[in-house]
Design a protein around this ligand. Structure first.
Ligand code: SF4
Length: 310
């Protein structure tokens, strides 16, 4: 039996990439089971291997991201470019490097009107915080911090935060938006804890892909997407007794006082329906091998709720 609080602690922080993949894989709960509950299912000691992304594909994604950053720097007269100390990218010199998780909040706080610090390009800032009931941690691709002007009616500054996720796919996908919304929510929550800067910040989010690259179409032509419905989706997944919690827990025995307990789902007991969504899942080898070995209905793509009728 597990307390939900200790389970949250045990598997946190969760990466926004995992949430994005969960959406990409048509909300496959088995995927969450492998990622969050299984011990080393594809590790060295395991008989299963991970279906890894081709190194060439991964390298293409990294180079695309760097090329978009270079174009952005060329197109925006940024006062400062901040990036990770350990990333040496051809043609880019960091003015500053990151100093731990959530350092971007200090940069937002320190933005000033003096003329030296009005627009900052933040590359891969590390963000860690809570959304709903779960702690998340990840690296946003690019955040642009812009000081617009001092509000005429108050003494506070107007700041624009633009979260840009860069993906080398041909077009914009829902799971990319989910990742961007994780970062806007993390930023909002972290900023809310900083009472003095939370009032005048406007957020927007963009997905850059091959069809609307900054390199070809330009930064000024990027279209933002509507954040609220996507942020709501993320919040629904991560809320207490939300989709994530329901996927990885089940009701256990009752205590002597009649209270219900919960326990972790055993990922090896989950039903792994094999469908087209599995193409590209890192656990395709695991699920497919198990299905073949068990002569399972998983291979027929039959939904869990109907399998008992066969
Ligand atoms: S291979 Fe298919 S069933 Fe298995 S975790 Fe991935 S998406 Fe889910």
């Amino acid at each position: 039996m597990v307390e939900i609080l200790s389970l949250r602690k045990e598997i946190s922080p969760i990466s926004p990439t995992i949430l994005g993949n969960f959406i990409k894989l048509q909300r496959c709960e088995q995927y969450l089971g492998w990622e969050l509950l299984a011990d080393d299912v594809t590790g060295e000691e395991s008989r299963f291997s991970k279906s890894i992304l081709s190194p060439l594909y991964a390298e293409t994604g990294t180079q695309f991201e760097y090329s978009q950053l270079r174009s952005l720097i060329n197109q925006i007269a940024a006062d400062k470019i901040i990036g990770p100390e350990d990333k040496d990218i051809e043609g880019i010199n960091w003015d500053e490097t990151w100093n731990g998780n959530n350092d971007i909040i200090q940069k937002i706080k320190n933005i000033d009107e003096s003329g030296n610090n009005k627009t900052i390009i933040a590359f891969q800032p590390s963000l860690k915080g809570k959304i709903g009931s779960w702690e998340l941690k990840g690296y946003a691709d690019i955040v642009i911090i812009k000081l617009n002007h001092r509000d005429q009616t108050s003494s506070s500054l107007k700041i624009q935060l633009e979260v840009i996720e860069v993906k080398s796919s041909p077009s914009d996908k829902t799971h990319h938006r989910i990742q961007a919304a994780c970062y806007t929510l993390l930023l909002k929550n972290l900023i809310e804890n900083e009472g003095e800067i939370n009032e005048n910040i406007k957020f927007s989010a963009y997905i850059v892909n091959q069809s609307n690259s900054i390199t070809n179409k330009g930064y000024s032509d990027l279209d933002s997407f509507k954040l609220p419905p996507v942020e709501t989706d993320v919040q629904m997944i991560l809320k207490r007794t939300g989709r994530l919690e329901n996927a990885i827990t089940e009701t256990g025995d009752s205590t002597s006082s009649g209270e219900k307990t919960i326990k972790k789902v055993d990922p090896w007991d989950m039903f792994n329906r094999i469908t087209r969504r599995c193409d590209g899942c890192p656990y395709e080898n695991v699920c497919y091998t198990r299905a073949v070995e068990n002569d399972g209905l998983e291979l027929l793509g039959i939904p869990e709720r109907t399998k008992k009728t066969y």
